[in-house]
Write a protein that binds this ligand. Sequence first.
Ligand code: FES
Length: 169
Amino acid sequence: MGRRRRGSEVDPASDGTADAERRERQSGLRRALRSQFPERSRDNLLPVLHFLQHEHGYLPEWALQVVGWHLRVPASEVYGAATSYTELHLEPPKPRDIVVCTGLACWQSGSEELLNAVLQQPDPDEASNVTTTACAFMCGLAPAVRINGSWHGRVHAERLTSIIENAPL
Ligand code: FES
């Protein structure tokens, strides 16, 4: 069992390789944060979380510990911020990212059907992440769906299936 010392650091002498790698990653992140965000203020919490999201594609748990240490804010505050914004993710991204617009124009044009179709589609590899957005700002082309970063307008159920099947993983 690891012995705790300053902050969330774990004594490497009493832990395995995985913990040593984790410590190495945390040390690297500490250096990066000192360089990118030298002002260790809670005002930098959101910018730091966005920095991590950009660097890793999500917010790894080991990195959130470093953020708390660097900005001198409690872990509960870091996790609170990390879970309050839809653009921040605590899990690694899945290969297929599907966003269905459920704004008024899209809803009236059938996005509920599209959302249900996507959610009911078999996903044996659990490769799809399905989310919604309030408006994709392409209401004239409603209903709108984004697959792996590309928006598609005037989507109907059959076309949606084809778009998803042809989306690279
Ligand atoms: S409501 Fe869907 S794009 Fe605006």
